[in-house]
Design a protein around this ligand. Structure first.
Ligand code: SAM
Length: 265
């Protein structure tokens, strides 16, 4: 049936047709017979069919009921099919046997939301190999001071070592998207890049710091709900100039600032 499936734009359906890209993605996941894997958006199975034979357990989440049917028909103890929206599903409930490897050619319109969700469930994942629009890849690998550097960069790089597997041209997909893509590998670090006392609070500070791009850190933090007094004191303790912009702070500086702000609450 999948042969005659008309790609659905609203689900970001660009199916991989390039065997080299498929092989490089699978190789980067370093799969073995003991692995548990989550694939989001298996589509017609370009990656799924390579993953399933070599791992112990594969969970897939597919929103498109028509595409999911081919997998539900093949469901076994080894293959669990979850039909629905990966953003709305409770991953902790589905993924009962961590650690998992996450492999996905993600629909571009939800890739940032998937990443934020993945970060909040980071303990479940040891390694992830994900396809993004190249612009998103640039953001995830960005260094402080670059315009691509943002909250997603900081939050990903805190927990994961991020590297490029390969650039992927539009011709690798059917239908071809208008933009270049990129496969990235995320390897969870043994210890985070900076010590963070409270990860949720750190995320709040980082998001507030990037919320208004052209504003100073002082304005951003105040707009994020911190008082002038709190911001001034914390910045002094953390030795950070509040006239700077969020995109100039490295992860260690964000961690100092976040810990100092929290100590004042
Ligand atoms: N993995 C296949 C491949 O590489 O050829 C398909 C990739 S296609 C870019 C994205 C897939 O994600 C589609 O199968 C689409 O139906 C599915 N999808 C889109 N939004 C989703 C969501 N919110 N939750 C789960 N799957 C989703």
């Amino acid at each position: 049936m999948s042969q005659f499936h008309r790609p659905r734009k609203r689900f970001g359906q660009n199916f991989l047709n390039d065997q080299n890209v498929i092989a490089a993605t699978i190789a980067a996941a370093q799969l073995s017979e003991h692995d548990h894997v989550l694939e989001i958006g298996p589509g017609k199975g370009a990656l799924t069919d390579k993953i399933l034979p070599v791992v112990e357990q594969l969970d897939i989440i597919e929103i498109d009921r028509d595409l999911a049917r081919q997998f539900t028909e093949r469901q076994t103890e080894k293959l669990s099919v979850h039909v629905g929206d990966a953003l709305k599903m409770n991953w902790s409930e589905i993924l009962q046997q961590p650690p998992y490897k996450l492999v996905a050619n993600l629909p571009y319109n939800i890739s940032s939301q998937i990443l934020f969700k993945m970060i909040s469930h980071r303990d479940l994942f040891e390694r992830m190999v994900l396809m993004f629009q190249k612009e998103v890849g640039d953001r995830l690998r960005a260094e402080p001071g670059r315009k691509e550097y943002g909250s997603l960069t900081v939050l990903c790089q805190l927990w994961f070592d991020v590297s490029r597997v390969m650039l992927v041209p539009p011709s690798a997909f059917t239908p071809a998207p208008k933009v270049m893509s990129e496969v990235l590998c995320f390897k969870r670090r043994q210890t985070p890049r900076a010590e963070v006392k409270d990860a949720a609070f750190f995320a709040r500070v980082v998001k507030a710091s990037f919320a208004q791009r052209r504003k100073t850190l002082r304005n951003c933090l105040q707009a994020g709900g911190f008082s002038t007094e709190q911001v001034d004191k914390a910045a002094a303790q953390a030795d950070i100039d509040l006239r700077r912009r969020g995109e100039t702070l490295d992860i260690q500086e964000f961690s100092r600032l976040s810990d100092q702000l929290q100590a004042l609450l």
